[in-house]
Design a protein around this ligand. Structure first.
Ligand code: C2E
Ligand code: MG
Ligand code: MG
Ligand code: MG
Length: 275
């Protein structure tokens, strides 16, 4: 298998035994096939605004493996991120979700579509062109597209990444910082980025409303965001009291309390957005 030998220089981050390396190679090869053969499935999860109304969706990819069944992205995204395979995967998800967004648009639904983009994909040479191309091909409204990036983006090639985000922002695309609070960047650093939304990591929402340090953290982020006119989304809202807390603070919420991610066409039917 040419791809296996074909030098993935990023393979060994830490000591791994032969079996583990073999398994990684196999998953990577399987994933390549999965993208080509339509084994990936687009799932969506609702995002609710400060009034508790449907405001948008996040695209979350699933892999229907022919032998292993449904595989979680927590398992295969890190493997895809070891090579440029992640760019192919992200582009597949972006194309599918923009096709769906276009259908909503055509039916007069103004919902945002949030799509996860890996740092490695942004750092790839053709990132800006390929996003622009997919937007054109699908005819989706760029102002309804939110690209979610993590603080991991801020480790390598920072200046270049910021330039790319700015270029896409000029087309109307919005950016969100995903999993906020789990990385190393400070709020003052985030202030310098062309971002429109902050997504508070679910580990901070878990302690709401009882854990004082989590309450303080969330309130600090919200007041920072309000000063900068940024939207805030709480991730991992699982209880009614957490949803109330979000509404009171005037922020958006996403989580199992509202719904678990579901297959895109079932999602559309459930919310009546593309009849
Ligand atoms: P994420 O972008 O932070 O997505 C949120 C994750 O939290 C999703 O996991 C979602 O199913 C889960 N979640 C949502 N609400 C709740 C809740 O109330 N409680 C709990 N415990 N979990 C909740 P999922 O779908 O397994 O995705 C995991 C991660 O994989 C994502 O985290 C994202 O970083 C990555 N990912 C998913 N799809 C893509 C993709 O298309 N491209 C890239 N690059 N990464 C993706
Ligand atoms: Mg996300
Ligand atoms: Mg997240
Ligand atoms: Mg995450």
């Amino acid at each position: 298998n040419a791809k296996r030998k074909g030098g993935n220089q990023h393979l060994v981050y830490r000591p791994a035994d032969g079996q583990e390396i073999e398994r990684l190679y196999q998953t990577e090869a399987d994933l390549r096939v999965a993208i080509e053969q339509g084994q990936l499935i687009l799932y969506l999860q609702a995002q609710m605004d400060q009034a508790g109304e449907l405001a948008g969706a996040e695209a979350l990819v699933r892999w229907q493996h022919p032998q292993s069944g449904m595989v979680s992205p927590a398992e295969f995204i890190p493997i895809a991120e070891r090579s440029d395979l992640i760019a192919d995967l992200d582009r597949w998800v972006l194309r599918r979700s923009l096709e769906v967004l276009k259908r909503w648009q055509d039916r007069g639904q103004r919902l945002t579509m949030s799509v996860n983009i890996s740092p490695r994909h942004i750092q790839s040479a053709r990132f800006v062109e390929s996003v622009t191309e997919i937007l054109k091909e699908t005819g989706a409204d760029p102002t309804l597209l939110v690209l979610e990036v993590t603080e991991g983006l801020l480790v390598e090639d920072v200046e270049q990444s910021i330039q790319k985000m700015k270029a896409l922002s000029e087309l109307g695309i919005q950016f969100a910082i995903d999993d906020l609070g789990t990385g190393y960047s400070s709020l003052s650093y985030i202030r310098q980025l062309p971002v429109h939304e902050l997504k508070i990591d679910q580990s901070f929402i878990r302690g709401i409303p009882h854990t004082q340090s989590d309450v303080t953290m969330v309130k600090t982020i919200v007041s920072f965001a309000q000063n900068l006119n940024l939207r805030v989304v709480a991730e991992g809202v699982e209880t009614r009291s957490q949803s109330k807390f979000c509404e009171k603070l005037g922020i958006w919420g996403q989580g199992y309390f509202y719904e678990k991610p579901i297959e895109w066409h079932l999602w559309q039917r459930k919310w009546g957005v593309a009849m």
